[in-house]
Design a protein around this ligand. Structure first.
Ligand SMILES: [Zn+2]
Length: 117
């Protein structure tokens, strides 16, 4: 695990997250992830801290409405979403495209067929 910093485009939303980017990130093909080009890393809530912008977040839910998609109301960028894993633990899905100082070409992607879920 390494601590990474990230932000939305306008900088209102800033966060830190402990991530292991040697683990493949999820590239989901559902109608929402596809449109947003998300690359997601899932971590326990305890490994995520929102540093600023809580009041800037707008929530979007769709389909089963179990995932809280949170995007910046000013620039529209979604840094993360919140949900619950199969075992009931609070989980944060970090959009690794919003991390600072990472080389996306080194990150291994694992396709996930969210479209069929
Ligand atoms: Zn923003």
């Amino acid at each position: 695990m390494t601590q990474h910093s990230g932000s939305c485009h306008c900088g209102n939303v800033r966060y830190e997250a402990d991530l292991d980017l040697s683990v493949p990130v999820i590239e989901c093909n559902c109608s929402y992830c596809l449109r947003n080009w998300f690359l997601l890393s899932f971590i326990p809530e305890s490994k995520f801290s929102l540093l600023s912008g809580k009041e800037e977040l707008t929530e979007y839910r769709f389909n089963k409405k179990v995932i809280s998609h949170l995007f910046c109301r000013t620039c529209g960028v979604q840094c993360f979403g919140e949900g619950t894993s199969a075992d009931g633990a609070k989980t944060v899905a970090v959009n690794v495209r919003t991390l600072e100082n990472i080389d996306l070409s080194t990150i291994v992607r694992q396709p996930y067929d969210g479209k069929s879920q």
